[in-house]
Design a protein around this ligand. Structure first.
Ligand SMILES: [Ca+2]
Length: 323
């Protein structure tokens, strides 16, 4: 009987071939390596997204993210595709309108403006008017807060310039269930502007019965004579529209006709368009200029929690006085 097990001298621990750091150091090193890899992945991936023009965290576009576009850029360049999509096509958009929307009709002028150009064939020359329409759909939208744009509207029979909002649910529920807010339109000349909300009377899908709130407002001077700031402010259950510092529409969910549904406490996207003809403004005539420009100097979104005491029509610090 041996007692070797108990009588043997204690064995010195065998040194491992590859000494391991203490567990805590290993863990810390793992965290550092993970962090470094994460930084590299974020930098490379973010840079890649930036390179291909996809918004990335920290950029200025996205749902309820800040939006400010000064439309600076070279003459003939297109507006920032991170925020804007140019819509093209013809065949009676909206109210049997005459124009065909083209890519060429939407461009920067090199002097800080986005320009939408409607080209109307001279009376009797025949042909289809061309014009432009641009949207933030699928790129930027907001639910609550204030959206302003500084715009110089064109004047001419048959022209329908508009700065407006559509509900992001448009493709899913259709119009008017998605809701439409017309911040400004001038269907009958720029001595009078129109400001409306359109929503659904019935159930989503029954799109042939909209309710409307709003109306026309006389302008102190024709709006085509200068730039003006057009603002919409969306609050829960309330929409306010202003031209410069003058409120021209202030409606709440309690103003909606019965039956009718308030659908504006939801994400909406912005559009600028310059329609020609159709049921509302009527066709252009011999008095209508051939070339008609809608100029947009800037667009600015202010989130609800950043409005503070700023009055409607407030301009960005260094904007609004030039050009
Ligand atoms: Ca500008």
């Amino acid at each position: 009987m041996t007692t070797a097990a108990s009588s043997s001298p204690p064995q010195a621990p065998v040194a491992p071939l590859h000494p391991q750091p203490p567990r805590r150091r290993r863990r810390r090193r793992g965290i550092i390596i993970t962090a470094v890899v994460a930084v590299i992945v974020v930098a490379v991936f973010g840079g890649l997204l930036w390179f291909v023009g996809i918004p990335f965290a920290g950029q200025r576009y996205g749902d309820d993210a800040s939006l400010f576009d000064d439309f600076d850029g070279a003459a003939g360049a297109k507006p920032d595709r991170n925020a804007w999509a140019i819509q093209t096509g013809g065949g009676g958009w909206g109210n049997d309108e005459l124009q065909t929307y083209t890519e060429d009709a939407v461009t920067l002028d090199g002097q800080g403006n986005l320009v939408i150009t409607a080209t109307v064939p001279p009376d009797g020359a025949g042909g289809t008017p061309t014009s432009g329409r641009i949207t933030t759909a699928g790129k930027w939208s907001f639910t609550f807060g204030r959206l302003s744009a500084r715009i110089k509207l064109p004047e001419g029979q048959g022209l329908l310039p508009a700065f407006w909002l559509l509900g992001d649910s448009l493709e899913r529920v259709g119009w008017p269930a998605a809701g439409e807010i017309d911040i400004v339109e001038t269907p009958r000349g720029t001595s009078r502007s129109a400001h409306h909300l359109h929503g659904p009377r019935g159930e989503p899908g029954k799109n042939n019965d909209a309710w409307s709130l709003g109306g026309g407002v006389d302008a102190p001077a024709p709006l085509s004579e200068d730039f003006h700031v057009y603002t919409v402010e969306k609050q829960p259950g309330r929409v306010i529209i202003a031209v410069d510092d003058r409120v021209v529409l202030d409606v709440s969910e309690w103003d909606v006709p019965v039956p009718g549904t308030w659908v504006f406490d939801a994400p909406t996207h912005a559009l600028f368009s310059l329609a020609v003809g159709g049921n509302w403004p009527g066709p252009p005539d011999a008095t209508t200029p051939v070339v008609n420009e809608m100029l947009i100097d800037w667009i600015l979104y202010t989130p609800a929690d950043q409005i503070g005491d700023a009055p409607l029509g407030t301009l960005p610090d260094d904007e609004g006085t030039s050009r």
